[in-house]
Design a protein around this ligand. Structure first.
Ligand SMILES: Cc1ncc(C[n+]2csc(CCOP(=O)(O)OP(=O)(O)O)c2C)c(N)n1
Ligand code: SF4
Ligand SMILES: [Mg+2]
Length: 350
């Protein structure tokens, strides 16, 4: 069930380049538990897309099943959306993207939805470099079904039920790097300053942009002994650095100190500035990202920020050389080459 928000607004609310206020990018009132990390991620997505001045009707929100997958109801209420089956969002998003390449795809999933039932689907969306942003709202448990350990729960981590998890976790950022994801980042729902520019960069990126966002479940996995609770995560955070995203239309005025910064220009001309906190990180090297994730983990630290980016990424439509025109816009005339061409094709097959 969702509740309606009042439609009135203060006349002085700031507007973006399209003349829309942030209200135009909000969704229904959230029915998640008060304090759930997922609500902070919804708010970061709303803010990022409002600031990017993307028309809401150009966005398609895709999700699976879980508290995390419910969240698209709570942001971008004027956008398209498809709440699919548990773990099946990647294939539904791939199909939608193939049919209409002109939309911007925002995928939201959970650690259960992606790292267990949807793992097979996830791997193929990464491998194919589907042009979408894919966010996993990672709380280390199945929140919607009352907090069972998920595949991203750390070994020894205790949820509210109290038993330590006996299994090694799946690190989704490392898996995405190994499978060839062309944009990989990690963040924390409680760090909007880091998350908003990462979302903007992920949307501007051409190809599969993966963000693993640790997002505490306050009801089932926020107790002492849990490695996905607010207190633990805040005490064990480390960042690759800070990220600034400068859209193509904005003039770049700031200058950055050499050696500590790296600048990446994306296909559309927008620029990502990474002010590195660890000089060992080479943003264009998968090996460097994988090694650093491991190093920090060995010191009980969670490495967040931008981890890897391929600015020359070739997204799925380019790879398979599909029509530039969205399939849904093709007419009979576009699809039928005419008698003359058909006769020559038939002749070539005789
Ligand atoms: C095919 C199928 N199997 C199992 C379920 C039950 N189920 C619903 S949500 C969920 C797990 C959700 O966990 P996660 O994706 O981490 O989302 P969260 O609620 O933690 O945000 C499960 C197992 C289901 N809905 N469909
Ligand atoms: S059960 Fe957990 S994940 Fe689900 S809404 Fe509540 S706090 Fe969030
Ligand atoms: Mg979960």
């Amino acid at each position: 069930m969702s509740y309606l928000k009042p439609s009135f607004r203060h006349p002085d609310l700031p507007v973006n380049d399209l003349g829309y206020t942030k209200k135009n990018y909000e969704g229904a009132i959230s029915t998640l538990c008060a304090g759930c990390g997922h609500d902070s991620i919804s708010s970061a997505i709303t803010q990022a897309i409002f600031e990017l001045s993307i028309a809401p009707h150009n966005i398609a929100k895709m999700s699976g099943i879980g508290c995390s997958s419910k969240t698209p109801t709570y942001f971008l209420g004027n956008s398209h959306g498809f709440n699919s089956v548990h773990g099946r969002m990647p294939s539904v998003a791939t199909g939608a993207n193939m049919a209409n390449r002109d939309m911007i795809y925002v995928g939201v999933s959970g650690d259960g939805d992606t790292a267990s039932i949807g793992m097979g689907q996830f791997t193929h969306a990464v491998r194919r470099n589907v042009n979408m942003m894919y966010i996993v709202e990672n709380n280390g448990c199945y929140g919607l079904t009352k907090g069972q350990d998920s595949a991203t729960s750390d070994v020894g981590s205790k949820s509210k039920k109290g038993d330590p998890n006996p299994f090694e976790p799946i690190d989704l950022a490392s898996i995405a790097l190994q499978l060839g994801a062309t944009f990989v980042a990690r963040s924390f729902s409680g760090d909007k300053e880091q998350l908003i520019p990462l979302i903007k960069a992920a949307i501007a990126h051409q190809g599969f942009a993966f963000i693993d966002v640790v997002s505490p479940c306050v009801t089932f996995n926020n107790n002492p002994g849990s490695t996905k609770g607010y207190e633990y995560v805040r005490d064990h955070l480390a960042a690759t650095g800070t990220v600034d995203f400068v859209p193509m239309k904005d003039e770049i005025t700031t200058s950055y100190e050499a050696g500590t910064s790296q600048e990446v220009t994306l296909h559309d001309g927008s620029v990502v500035h990474l002010h590195k906190a660890d000089s060992r990180l080479d943003i264009h090297s998968r090996r460097s990202a994988l090694a650093l994730i491991k190093d920090y983990k060995a010191n009980d630290q969670l490495l967040t920020g931008l981890l890897y980016m391929d600015p020359d990424s070739q997204e799925l439509h380019e790879t398979i050389q599909s029509s530039n025109k969205p399939l849904r816009a093709l007419t009979e005339l576009d699809l039928c080459p005419g008698n003359k061409v058909l006769t020559s094709i038939n002749a070539s097959l005789r």
